[in-house]
Write a protein that binds this ligand. Structure first.
Ligand SMILES: C[S@@+](CC[C@H](N)C(=O)[O-])C[C@H]1O[C@@H](n2cnc3c(N)ncnc32)[C@H](O)[C@@H]1O
Ligand SMILES: Nc1nc2[nH]cc(C(=O)O)c2c(=O)[nH]1
Ligand code: SF4
Ligand SMILES: [Mg+2]
Length: 215
């Protein structure tokens, strides 16, 4: 199958339990909860996305005809040493990330992580599962390593307590960023702090890459 990749770059994981770890970010094009076009945002199932995942025109982006070709391109971004780590994101990576690509990344020594909205099941061979449920969208992936909920969300279905009993190792709340409204984003961080203080199962996930200015 041909994989459509928006961009690919080496950076530090900025969010959640693996925060601070060097990783190749493999950002797939396209999402099942938003077209990525601003004119569709208000009617989308997911309306607060902070990411451009449209097309294949980013740094390291393009169309890759086979799993081996894409895995070779990911390996080229790894500096050498340590345990090679790739974070598959998007867009919604599970529209494209399949067992042959995971196998090809494993063959090159990678530990493979996914950032998913949880609306599609994760292939068994993935090493690290981060699920970030969205509004009223039904959750198909109910176990994993971390559940990282953007907070607050408008829909009652996205109340943190609806997820607190699921089979995850870590439970994070990540303040909803609104790049055009920094004072509102700060208010979301305050609300998240307050929620974590009164519901200690939940930990705060700060998007550290945005603070420090790396991709
Ligand atoms: C851009 S998404 C791509 C992966 C997948 N589609 C998902 O939603 O999990 C990567 C992460 O960024 C989070 N995210 C997206 N927009 C955000 C925002 N405005 N503020 C905070 N986190 C956000 C998502 O919830 C997810 O955990
Ligand atoms: N540094 C960094 N960490 C991240 N963690 C999740 C990201 C994403 O967009 O999926 C992301 C990202 O875009 N950059
Ligand atoms: S599901 Fe993920 S990629 Fe899709 S619009 Fe929402 S945050 Fe963005
Ligand atoms: Mg991001």
């Amino acid at each position: 199958m041909t994989y459509s990749v928006k961009e690919m770059f080496l950076t530090l994981q900025g969010e959640g339990a693996q925060s601070g770890r060097a990783a190749v970010f493999l950002r797939f094009s396209g999402c099942n909860l938003w077209t990525g076009r601003e004119q569709d945002r208000e009617t989308a199932a997911c309306r607060f996305c902070d990411t451009d995942f449209v097309g294949t025109d980013g740094v390291g982006g393009g169309k890759f005809k086979t799993a081996d070709l894409l895995a070779d391109a990911v390996l080229e971004k790894w500096p050498g040493g340590g345990k090679p780590y790739v974070v598959c994101t998007g867009g919604e990576p599970l529209l494209q990330l399949d067992a042959p690509l995971i196998d090809a990344l494993h063959q090159r020594g990678f530990e493979v992580a996914v950032e998913t909205n949880g609306s599609l099941p994760v292939p068994d061979s993935i090493d690290w599962i981060c699920v970030s449920p969205k509004g009223a969208t039904p959750l198909k992936q109910t176990f994993g390593d971390e559940l990282k909920l953007v907070f607050p969300q408008a829909e009652p279905e996205a109340d943190p307590e609806r997820f607190a009993g699921l089979d995850f190792t870590h439970f994070y709340l990540q303040p909803k960023d609104i790049p055009s409204r920094p004072e509102q984003a700060l208010e979301h961080t305050r609300m998240t702090e307050k929620y974590c203080l009164s519901h200690p199962r939940w930990k705060l996930s700060v998007q550290t890459h945005k603070l420090v200015g790396f991709p």
